[in-house]
Structures are given as C-alpha cells and as structure tokens.
Design a protein around this ligand. Structure first.
Ligand SMILES: NC(=O)c1ccc[n+]([C@@H]2O[C@H](COP(=O)([O-])OP(=O)(O)OC[C@H]3O[C@@H](n4cnc5c(N)ncnc54)[C@H](OP(=O)(O)O)[C@@H]3O)[C@@H](O)[C@H]2O)c1
Length: 197
C-alpha cells in the first residue's frame, strides 16, 4: 500500500499562517471533555491511519512545547490529552539543519531535498503521513506538488500580519474539492486532492 501524504494548512482569509483570536476561537463548544466538530474535522477523526507526522523545525518545537503530554496543563480537556498521546507515540520527522536535540520521544531529524525525503519515507513501512506545518514547509509541498491531498482550515479573519502562504508561489496549482464544511464559529474546513495528469 502506498503511503498517502496529506498536508494541513491553517490560515486566515488573507492566507496568513497564524492563529488570531476571534469570537469562538478559544471557547469550548458543548461538552468540554468531547472534541467539538471543529477539532474532530481537523484532527481526531483523521488520525487513525496516520503513523508519521512531518514538521518544519518551528512547527516541531511549537508542537513539542505545547502539545506533548508532559506539557499539558491539568485543566486541559480530556480530548487534548488524547491528542497529545497520539503525538507522543507517532513517528515524528523534524526537518532542520540546526536543531541537534529534539527532546520528544519517537522523533527523528531529517534534512535536505524535500522530494527525496518524501520518497524515502514512502518506501518505509507504515501508514499515512501528515505534514503539519509550518507555512514555509507546506509552501514547498504545494510548490513541488508533493502531497496527495490538502486539508485547509480557514479562519474568519483578515489578519494582515504573520507568515504568508501564497507569496512565494509563482505557478498555478489546481486542486479538486473533495469536501467542505462550515464550522459553528465561521471557520471553513476544506479538503482538496491534488490534480495530477
Ligand atoms: N502548524 C503550524 O506549525 C503552523 C501553522 C500556522 C502558522 N504557524 C506559525 O508559523 C510560524 C512558523 O514558521 P515557518 O513556516 O518558518 O516554520 P516551519 O516550516 O515549521 O519551519 C521552518 C524550518 O524548517 C526547517 N526545514 C524546512 N524544510 C527543511 C528541509 N528540507 N531540510 C531541513 N530543514 C528544513 C528549517 O529549519 P532550520 O533553520 O533548522 O534548518 C526551516 O527554517 C510560527 O510562528 C507559527 O506560529 C505554524
């Protein structure tokens, strides 16, 4: 079985890779111990067949410092602990030239040409692979057409600051919409596949 490569994009309406505050952005909806529709769409319902998560250095360090189980706060909801346990046990690939100590179990360093790295990972045994940011890494997936599908989380904010997803792209990329859903606080979750001839 070929390992599917999925890229996740988190952006504002103006294509910024940032997590601004907006009405509903930090309010739990419904049962605080159960993931809401928003969290399920982007994370918990998609991760069962994923065994590798790739992150650029900044994204890796950010996730490690916030989402590893040892860094969870006791008041965090139960589903965030479950998400942390998933991240702790999954095979994590951190892309970096400068980081030496990763400080997170089940992590390894890779560096160099991204297409070569992806081909190497595809030849390894395992389930599907998710590229979980940051924006700079995901831009390279798009520029070089390295992902099979893309999940966009679009926040209802025109932010005007933060890293830009699209600025460095100079060539057309056409995607095929597979699903779209609007979340209770106005976020859009869009799933596209790559279109290859
Ligand atoms: N999911 C997310 O993480 C996410 C989503 C939205 C916004 N953001 C925000 O975006 C910012 C992160 O910025 P970013 O896009 O620059 O982060 P990033 O993609 O996580 O990290 C970029 C770094 O990854 C390393 N890298 C990437 N490709 C490599 C390769 N082929 N070989 C070796 N190293 C490679 C390089 O690190 P070295 O310098 O060590 O070589 C590069 O400087 C943060 O402020 C964060 O809050 C993050």
């Amino acid at each position: 079985m070929t390992r599917k490569i999925t890229a996740n994009l988190y952006m504002t309406l103006d294509g910024r890779g940032a997590f601004p505050k907006y009405p509903g952005s930090d309010l739990p909806t419904g049962d605080p111990d159960e993931p809401d529709e928003f969290f399920r769409s982007m994370w918990t319902s998609r991760y069962d067949d994923v065994t590798t998560v790739i992150m650029g250095r900044r994204s890796f360090v950010g996730h490690r410092d916030v989402h590893s189980e040892k860094n969870r706060k006791p008041k965090d909801p139960k589903f965030m602990f479950e998400y942390s346990r998933f991240l702790d046990r999954v095979d994590k690939v951190c892309l970096s030239h400068r980081l030496k100590n990763l400080g997170w179990e089940n992590s390894r360093l890779m560096k160099g040409d991204l297409a070569t790295i992806i081909n190497k990972l595809k030849r390894e045994k395992g389930g599907n692979i998710i590229a979980e940011g940051g924006p700079r890494l995901i831009q390279e997936f798009i520029r070089r057409d390295l992902a099979d599908d893309y999940w966009f989380l679009v926040m209802p904010v025109i932010y005007g600051q933060g890293p830009q997803y699209w600025r460095s792209l100079t060539q057309q990329r056409t995607l095929k919409l597979l699903s779209s859903s609007a979340m209770p606080y106005g976020e859009l979750v869009l799933h596209y596949s790559s279109v290859r001839k």
